[in-house]
Ligand binder design. Structure first.
Ligand SMILES: Nc1ncnc2c1ncn2[C@@H]1O[C@H](COP(=O)(O)OP(=O)(O)OP(=O)(O)O)[C@@H](O)[C@H]1O
Length: 313
């Protein structure tokens, strides 16, 4: 059975328990072909677990996930359908890049010619005979991507591919992903870095504590999440916070000011005036994806810093 055209990954009610930990909680989403879809969530949100379930490396407690309409375990030649980069350092330290890829190709019945092609694609041809154990993180990531591309798959999964990379490495990966999507492939890439995702992805699946928070385009995410965001500064920030939250505003600390959502600047100004609170700044704020993320993940961010717990001023 082929999936609905365009939807290459379909998760439905996907759930994973590890003992009493609910790593993934009734998660449903779709990932479209020809686009880069960012899989976003704070550390521990359940991204890696979801990716492992997509790849059949972990069995869901309940629910279901399919690639192009099939369960991973039913794919006849999995590497020709889906390629994945989960852990870039997963390579035999004394094997050359070429030997590593040749071994993968042979054991998966892929043509040996694919090895040179993918080495060339990721720019590792000149170091192909060097031991992969001595590779920098950026080179290891490229090798991992080469391995994922060996079977010329239409679906690619990358788990935190830019983690620890320098700006040049990040740019390379970002451009490479765009290129893969332009070729019509489905690119699903996880990250906890919103600013990075806003430049890499066109679509987003955002999760917090294993639950779906948002699915849609990056642009809609920003527009939706930053609606009515107002930045306000005042020498009486604590009292202002009390007045605003009593009227139902959502607040988060922003430097020495407050980000107010659920209320427009006129309402904030009038409430402050009625309470005789002096304001030093009152401005409509076009929030970044970062702010949108903090706002949307709100109570679900497990590592939340003190500054995100609410106003303390
Ligand atoms: N094999 C496992 N056994 C027990 N608990 C696990 C296992 N794998 C993941 N977990 C727990 O499940 C939750 C989700 O973890 P997961 O690694 O999927 O999150 P993540 O979003 O990928 O975060 P990170 O980026 O930190 O890896 C966490 O609470 C984690 O401790």
């Amino acid at each position: 059975m082929r999936a609905t055209i365009g939807r290459m990954i379909e998760a439905s009610g996907l759930t994973k328990h590890y003992g009493r930990t609910v790593a993934v909680d009734n998660l449903s989403f779709t990932v479209s072909e020809g686009r880069v879809t960012g899989f976003l969530g704070p550390n521990g949100a359940g991204k890696s677990t979801t990716m492992r379930m997509i790849l059949g490396l972990d069995r869901p407690t309940s629910g279901d996930v399919r690639i192009d309409g099939e369960h991973y375990r039913d794919l006849r030649q999995p590497l020709r359908t889906v390629g994945a980069l989960l852990d870039a350092k997963w390579v035999h330290p004394n094997r050359s890049a070429r030997a590593h890829l040749s071994w993968l190709a042979t054991s998966n019945k892929l043509p040996g010619t694919a090895v040179d092609e993918v080495l060339d694609l990721v720019g590792l041809t000149s170091v192909a005979r060097k031991n992969a154990g001595g590779f920098s993180l950026g080179m290891s990531q490229r090798l991992g991507i080469a391995a994922a591309l060996l079977g010329d798959p239409k679906v690619l999964l990358f788990d935190e591919p830019v983690n620890g990379l320098d700006p040049e490495g990040i740019l390379w990966i970002r451009r490479f992903m765009h290129r893969l999507a332009e070729e019509g492939r489905t690119v699903f890439v996880s990250s906890h870095l919103l600013s990075e995702m806003s430049q890499t992805a066109q679509d987003l699946v955002v999760i917090g504590r294993g639950k779906l928070i948002y699915q849609g385009t990056v642009g809609d995410f920003i527009a939706h999440a930053t609606e009515n965001s107002v930045l306000v500064r005042s020498p009486e920030l604590g009292r202002l916070a009390e007045v605003l939250s009593a009227e139902g505003a959502k607040l988060s600390q922003d430097g020495d000011g407050l980000q107010v959502s659920g209320m427009d600047s006129a309402e904030v100004g009038e409430l402050a005036a009625a309470a005789r609170i002096t304001l030093h700044e009152l401005s409509n704020h076009a929030g970044s994806l970062e702010q949108a993320f903090i706002q949307l993940t709100g109570g679900t961010v497990e590592y939340q810093a003190a500054t995100e717990e609410g106003p303390t001023a």
